[in-house]
Structure formats: C-alpha cells, structure tokens
Design a protein around this ligand. Sequence first.
Ligand code: GLU
Length: 285
Amino acid sequence: MGTRPYRGRLAPTPTGFLHVGHARTFALAARRAHGAGGSLLLRMEDLDTARCRPGFASAALEDLRWLGLDWSEGPDKGGPFAPYAQSARTPWFREVWRQLRATGLIYPCDKSRADVERALSAPHAEEDAEPIFPPELRPAPGAGADAVEPGPSNWRFRVPDGEAVAFTDALQGPRRLVAGEDFGDFLVWRRDGLPSYELAVVADDRAMGVTEVVRGADLLVSTARQLLLYRALGWEPPAWAHAPLVTGPDGRRLAKRAGGFSIRELRRKGRTPEEVLSAPIGTLG
Ligand code: GLU
C-alpha cells in the first residue's frame, strides 16, 4: 500500500468457463491497474487438480484476451515471479504453513463436516455460507506444535473470538467483520495435501508483490480471514477493492457454471466485448 508501485492481479480459477461476472470484475481490475499507472499479472488458480481442467485454463486466457484485457506477467508470458500457476507453487505454500505453525495460531483438525454440523445448535442461514466452526471442537492449545509437515490432516486457523477485523474497501467503503460471529476457525491446509484457498492467495499475493486485490464482493468474508493471516505472518496487507456481484435476470448471483452467461456462449451468439462488459444483463443471455 501507499508507496509501493501499484501491482494488480487477475486470478481466474479454471474449473469452468468464465462468465460475464468474471469478465466485469477482471476488466475493473485491469482498469484500476492501468489508471494507477501500475502493472497487472495473471495467476492461474489451478490448485484443485481434481476440479480444474487445462482446457478451462487456456479458454480463460483466450476469453480475457478477446475482451481486450492485457497483462504483463502470467503463465503464457512468464515474468520475474514465475511460476504463475498455483499448482506449481506448493513449496512456497508449505513454507508459509511452517511460518504459520511457528506462530502457534493453527492446529490440526480431525473433525468431519458431520461433526461440525452435529455441534451446531442452529442450522447456518445462508445457503452457501460456511458454518462457523464450533469453538468447543478446538483441540487444547499447543496441538500440533511439534509437527514439521502438515501431513494428511486438515489444519485450521484459530480466530480471535469477538475481535473485529476492520478494513476500508476502495469500492464498498468501511467494512467490519467479527471473528467468531461472521466467520470461525478456517482451513489453512487440507488433508489431501493442498493449501486452502485462503493460505494460497495470501502466500501468492505476498510473494508476487500485489498491492491491491480486486475481486468479487462474494469474497469480503475471506478478506477478513486473509487479514488475520497477514497479521499472523507479520506481512503488510494489500489494499482491497471488491466489485459488486453480477446477478442474473432472476436476481441471483451467477454461479460458476452460468450457462448462457459464459463469455464463450456470448461470443458464440455474436456479442461484442463491449456488450459483455457493459450491457444490462437482461439483454444478454
Ligand atoms: N480465484 C478466485 C476466483 O476465481 C479469486 C480469488 C481472489 O481473487 O482472491 O473466484
């Protein structure tokens, strides 16, 4: 923030074709980087090898180029912070896991989703909101203190219950989320050997010198979690700009597989980049 030259990023996840919501968020990220006279990198968030497909990764690059977006570093171009695909960055994620382990703020967790559901007194309200991990399922302090590798275990970050995490978003204004109320202990490592989304993104934004994160407003709660990781690691966080979510004609947000609203499909129907980026949603599709 502040004195560092602006570095932004595009971070597509290749589990499907990008849709009009992605198009608009990424175009905004590109505009902000350009407007600040900064640089823009592209990082392919292809960690989840079971769900990501190389075909979707190349389609994402192609769709973004068709929209007129450009980046100066990426999997297709290389650059000083290579590799630009998260699947190739595991040694760095393990190093960040080690740094977090040394803080004593993360613990191995063998609780299943069913254990969590059972311990919750009320069902969680929002359909896709992650349930708050029940504090009574935490192990005693010091659990995992002697681990040198994450091993085949989930690891969670112990959130400071009741503490507010506040930040000012360039687009959404001041935000305040309370640990233990708005979100609970979250995953930093998965038993299948992969870092969680929160760990991977913080680790990479730090390593790649990103100064502002532009992404969808569906990730506002993640930002609070990520700020706790930055603090635990003693790293300066980037600035934040969360783009308003694009909703479909039914008022619901576009899902990953947004069918008729994928950039591919709109291209096939002869829509122009300008239409994909700015026409009212009801007129597309
Ligand atoms: N890769 C994520 C997505 O496509 C975005 C992550 C981020 O911007 O932090 O939804």
